[in-house]
Design a protein around this ligand. Structure first.
Ligand SMILES: [Cu+2]
Length: 259
C-alpha cells in the first residue's frame, strides 16, 4: 500500500443531485428533439413502414435518456473522482451496494421486456394474413430477381409491379445460394433460402418506383443485385397484368406449346 501523501481530510460526499437531474432532463429533451428531427429512412411506401418507423421513434425516445444518464454519470465520475495532483491515496474500499444493484437490474429488465413485447405485437400485426391478398412469387438467383404471379396465369416479370392498397403475400425462393429480399421503402426484409420457401407481406400505400435490394452477400455480383418495384394504381396494375397475360399467350402460340 502506498503511504498516504496527499491531504488527509475526507472527501466531500455530497453530490449535486438536483443539478445532475436537471442536466439529465434538459440534455435528454434536446437529444430526443434532435434524433426525432433526423430523417432516418427512405419514404414510407407501405403500412408496415408506418408501424416500423413509429417503433423506431419509440426506441429512440426510450434510448436517449438512458444514453444521456450513462454518459452523465460517467463524465461526472471522471471529473469528480479523478486523482488530484499529488494525491497518491487508494480509492475508498467499496463492496457493492445491494439497493443500487437491484435497481439497475430490475429497471433495465422491465424496459427491455416492455420493448420486446411491443416489438412482438408490431411484428405479429405487420406479418398477419390479410383479406384479398395478391400472391407474388419472388425468385432470387445470382445475380437478379424475377417475379411470378401464380394467380395470374403464372405471369413472369423482371420488374416487380404491385397495386397500391392491396395486401401482397410474397413467397420467396432461391435457386443457388442464400439471398435476401429487401425493399427499403417497404421496410420488410426476408432471406431467400435454397430449398425452402420463406414469406413476407406488405400493403403498398404510395405510388412510385422503389428499389429491390439483395441484403445477403451472395457472390461477386451481390452489389448489382438490384431491381425496381413499381407501386401503381389498381387500374394501371390490371392493365399491366392484362398486357403481360396477352404477351404470354402470344408467346405460347408462337412457341406452339403452353409454356
Ligand atoms: Cu443476392
Amino acid at each position: 500500500m502506498t503511504p498516504p501523501t496527499g491531504p488527509q481530510e475526507p472527501r466531500d460526499t455530497k453530490h449535486p443531485v438536483v443539478q445532475l437531474i436537471l442536466i439529465w432532463i434538459v440534455a435528454s429533451a434536446i437529444g430526443i428533439v434532435l434524433v426525432l428531427a433526423i430523417d432516418w429512412f427512405p419514404p414510407q411506401a407501405d403500412t408496415q413502414a408506418e408501424a416500423i418507423d413509429k417503433q423506431w421513434d419509440v426506441l429512440l425516445v426510450v434510448s436517449v435518456p438512458i444514453f444521456v444518464l450513462v454518459m452523465l454519470v460517467a463524465i461526472y465520475s471522471v471529473l469528480r473522482f479523478r486523482a488530484r495532483p499529488g494525491d497518491k491515496r487508494d480509492g475508498a474500499p467499496i463492496h457493492g451496494n445491494t439497493r443500487l444493484e437491484v435497481v439497475w437490474v430490475t429497471v433495465p429488465f422491465l424496459i427491455v421486456s416492455a420493448l420486446a413485447a411491443y416489438g412482438w405485437i408490431v411484428l405479429d400485426d405487420i406479418e398477419a394474413k390479410k383479406p384479398n391478398e395478391l400472391k407474388v412469387l419472388v425468385k432470387a438467383q445470382q445475380f437478379n430477381w424475377s417475379f411470378e404471379y401464380p394467380d395470374n396465369d403464372k405471369v413472369q416479370s423482371a420488374q416487380l409491379v404491385v397495386p397500391k392498397g392491396r395486401p401482397i403475400d410474397f413467397d420467396i425462393e432461391a435457386s443457388d445460394v442464400i439471398h435476401s429480399f429487401w425493399v427499403p421503402a417497404f421496410r420488410m426484409k426476408q432471406d431467400a433460402v435454397p430449398g425452402i420457401t420463406t414469406h413476407t407481406r406488405v400493403t403498398p400505400t404510395r405510388i412510385g418506383t422503389y428499389q429491390v435490394v439483395c441484403a445477403e452477400l451472395c457472390g461477386l455480383g451481390h452489389s448489382t443485385m438490384r431491381q425496381g418495384v413499381r407501386v401503381v394504381e389498381p387500374g394501371a396494375f390490371a392493365a399491366w397484368m392484362a398486357g403481360k397475360r396477352e404477351e404470354k399467350a402470344k408467346a405460347a402460340e408462337q412457341g406452339g406449346g403452353s409454356q
